[in-house]
Design a protein around this ligand. Structure first.
Ligand code: MTE
Ligand code: HPA
Ligand code: MOS
Length: 746
């Protein structure tokens, strides 16, 4: 993609040329977080210049329902609103500006109902979206008596705005016979297709969804791209015109859900030898007003509650709490980071009590191969390998010594260091979602077209698909085109998510290419009168028993065509061996795990409370990376995004459920000045057979969790300034919170 990116020629939703007569949308959304709609008056808005029509729930021909996991979310509010930002009406006009001007003239009267924004309050009132779930290993009840140290505490992690550079958007174009083509900035084209069909009461085969690429998704477009596509389709259905909606940043921030905030309790027990013997955690997930992906996100919190440590006795319970906030959704890590923060806080609390560095406890409890996760899967662990290599490469003792010496000789600046080992399971936790298809065509001129369900969102998956096809066929990448993601070419796709896109779609592509290659080799053997096993194709040349022939790729392709051999293949792939039994909460849900260890150092200005991240040094388990540039890019991006979540990005809803941090002036994301001065990524290269594409492990989400180290490094720096200060485990650690914890009594 870099060629078209650099030239400004890459096509995003807003770059798609519009058909003559295209109309534009704007949503009128609820100003109140909870209530009964008494009156909706669109009369004046309808008369505004350029306004074509205003749609409400009454205009929906099928189901007024967009819930993916649970049918609990209306597209347009019918009688009740459940969060500020909930769509109530859709204005369609001849221009963007006209649509947005008309919004201001819509009047609504809402009888207010009680508003809940806090997940613990929701749980107290029985407002749960699904019943609680508990993961258990061993027996914590009996384990406490064997512990020499027991500590308890509470943690908070706030949400996070996705802030993809390209906002949500869609463009619906009516086709003949009542069908639709929908361009959508979505990670889940099939989710869009299914929901358009449901809302418009159409069969899915009437809905073509096409996605070229996204300007970022980060999970925010796994489920929540659907709304805008369906709204465009609804208007297009009634007006028989193309309809486009590209959200303004503030609309996007106000109306879409974010990373789930969690409030959690922990209890941790250790032996004198610093082995963690028991761990209990209770997670209160702030799901927002509808399920969206929350039940699945909650499940992943439980999967990652022990991070990368072996704990023989674990009991972790999670509550999916319904509040009057926009439904929260997938965000890089998908609940995993929230679970991992809590165990890190528990370890830190224990380390503080024992007056030792947390790293002593961390290292002593790292997972070993053969250890059991609380959900029954047996670890094939690289945790110790990553930690040890990090120590070898970066010398943890020396780094800590540098920090200590700096702190001894500086009064108003203090440094802090924290180690963050990670472990992340690769596969959709819902086993059935782990399937993908790839459609490969070889054309008679030797060029190749590849279509998969993978959506390019900046993570480089198209490049990886291209590499797979080029490598299997052994042809130049310039001969290959990766097509847009399209539901007419590839059906029933899982969203591009769970870091598994390259594995699932890549292996499907590998299978498709291998099948075609086999046919080509058979043709070559026949034409060149030799054994099939003697034939090899290398760099577009046909070899027999290692000797080059005068046949090249193009000649062979044409020969196959002449012999009426198929040059196309649709392959299906599903990873073997994964399963999970949700009644027992046990199984083998992940194809494999990704490990890593980061060392983060920060410097705090103890007068102002501001800080800098000096360095993040990482040893990351790439398996055998198939593209180091992409994979290091994913690490760097993930780390910065994780640091943002942990240190500066602060979502604030007031008691009325209104988003106060509703623009980039009030919501701070990492900029060029706040990224770490140094990010060093070293690879732990392993060649184990690991179910990853070409043994190149998934890399999209895991590095985000290195960012958690920044929180604990800041904490250590503050403690170096004020050893007796009590710092609540309350992320993000904003400069304001740093200042308060430096001077708690002033
Ligand atoms: N990188 C970029 N540049 N843009 C994105 O939107 N999304 C992340 C990660 N890296 C994202 C990204 C998330 S949330 C996931 S799940 C994975 O990429 C999805 O892609 P993959 O499965 O190909 O890793
Ligand atoms: N990860 C990411 N996205 C998902 C998952 C998952 O495990 N399950 C459903 N959507
Ligand atoms: Mo990523 S949160 O699985 O889209």
């Amino acid at each position: 993609d870099s060629y078209t990116h650099l030239r400004g020629e890459s096509v995003y939703l807003d770059d798609i040329p519009m058909t003559n007569g295209t109309l534009f949308c704007a949503v009128f959304d609820s100003p109140i977080a909870h209530g009964k709609i008494k009156l909706l008056d669109t009369a004046e808005a309808t008369t505004m210049a350029g306004v074509v029509r205003i749609f409400t729930a009454a205009d929906i021909p099928g189901e007024n329902q967009i819930g993916g996991i649970i049918p609990d979310e209306e597209l347009l509010a019918n009688t009740h609103v459940h969060f500020c930002g909930m769509p109530i009406a859709l204005v369609v006009a001849t221009s963007d500006e006209a649509a947005r001007a008309a919004i201001k003239k819509i009047k609504v009267e809402i009888d207010p109902l009680p508003i809940i924004t806090d997940p613990r309050e929701a749980k107290g009132k029985g407002e749960l979206i699904i019943p609680p779930r508990t993961f258990q290993l061993g027996d914590t009840t009996n384990a406490w008596s064997k512990c020499d140290y027991i500590l308890e505490g509470q943690t908070e992690t706030n949400g996070q705005e996705h802030l993809y550079i390209e906002t949500q958007g869609a463009y619906a174009v009516p086709q003949e016979n009542g069908a639709f083509r929908i361009y959508s900035s979505t990670q889940g084209p099939t989710a869009v297709q299914r929901t358009v069909a449901r809302v418009l009461n159409l069969p899915m085969n009437q809905v073509e969804v096409d996605t070229t690429r996204l300007g970022g998704g980060f999970g925010g477009k796994e489920d929540q791209a659907t709304t805008w596509a369906v709204l465009c389709a609804l208007a297009s259905y009634h007006l028989k015109k193309p309809v486009k909606y590209s959200l303004h940043r503030m609309e996007d921030m106000r109306m879409t859900g974010k990373r789930h905030p969690y409030s959690s309790d922990f209890k941790i027990g250790l032996s004198k030898e610093l082995k963690i013997l028991a761990y209990e955690a209770t997670f209160y997930q702030n799901a927002g007003a509808a399920a969206d992906l929350s039940p699945a996100v909650m499940e992943r919190t439980l999967f990652h509650c022990n991070n990368t440590y072996f704990i023989p006795n674990v009991k972790a319970t999670a509550f999916c709490c319904r509040t009057n906030l926009p439904p929260n959704t997938a965000f890089r890590g998908f609940g995993g980071p929230q679970g991992m923060f809590v165990i890190e806080a528990a370890i830190t609390k224990a380390a503080d009590a024992l007056n030792i560095p947390a790293s002593e406890i961390q290292q002593k409890n790292l997972l070993q191969t053969g250890d059991e996760f609380p959900y029954g899967q047996i670890a094939d662990s690289e945790a110790n390998e990553c930690w040890n290599k990090a120590d070898e490469q970066f010398n943890i003792k020396e780094l800590q010594k540098g920090v200590d010496e700096f702190n001894a000789s500086n009064k108003n600046h203090k440094k802090g260091l924290a180690i963050m080992p990670i472990c992340f399971g690769i596969s959709f936790t819902k086993t059935l979602m782990n399937q993908a298809r790839s459609l490969v065509h070889v054309y008679t001129d030797g060029s190749v077209g590849v279509s998969t369900g993978a959506v390019e969102m900046g993570q480089g998956v198209n490049t990886k698909m291209l590499q797979v096809a080029a490598s299997v066929f052994s042809i130049d990448p310039s001969k290959i085109k990766i097509n847009t993601t399209n539901t007419y070419r590839i059906a029933n796709t899982s969203p591009s998510a769970a870091s598994a896109t390259a594995d699932l779609n890549g292996i499907a592509t590998e299978i498709a290419c291998t099948t075609i290659l086999q046919r080509l080799k058979e043709v070559a053997a026949e034409e060149l009168k030799t054994e099939l096993s003697s034939v090899e194709i290398k760099n577009e040349r046909i070899y027999i028993d290692g000797k080059a022939t005068d046949w090249d790729w193009n000649k062979l392709v044409m020969a196959a065509y002449v012999k009426r051999i198929s040059l196309s293949e649709l392959a299906h792939y599903t990873p073997p061996g994964i399963h999970f039994d949700a009644t027992k909460e046990k199984g083998h849900p992940f194809a494999y795990h990704v490990y890593g260890t980061s060392i983060t150092t920060v410097t705090v200005d103890c007068i102002r409370g501001i800080y800098e991240v000096d360095a993040v040094k990482v040893v990351h388990d790439f398996g055998k990376s198939m593209n180091t540039m992409i994979d290091i890019g994913q690490c760097e991006g993930g780390i910065v995004q994780g640091i943002g979540w942990m240190t500066m990005e602060e979502i604030i809803y007031d008691k009325e459920g209104k988003l106060r941090s509703n623009a980039l002036s009030t919501y701070k994301v990492p900029d060029i000045y706040s990224v770490p001065k140094e990010i060093t990524i070293q690879s732990l290269t392993t060649e184990k057979n690991n179910l990853a594409i070409f043994r190149s492990k998934a890399v999209g989400e895991p590095p985000l969790m290195y960012g958690i180290g920044a929180y604990f490094a800041l904490r250590n720096a503050v403690k170096a300034f004020n050893p007796t200060t009590v710092i609540p485990f309350d992320a993000p650690m904003t400069p304001e919170k740093v200042l308060m914890s430096l001077y708690p009594n002033t």
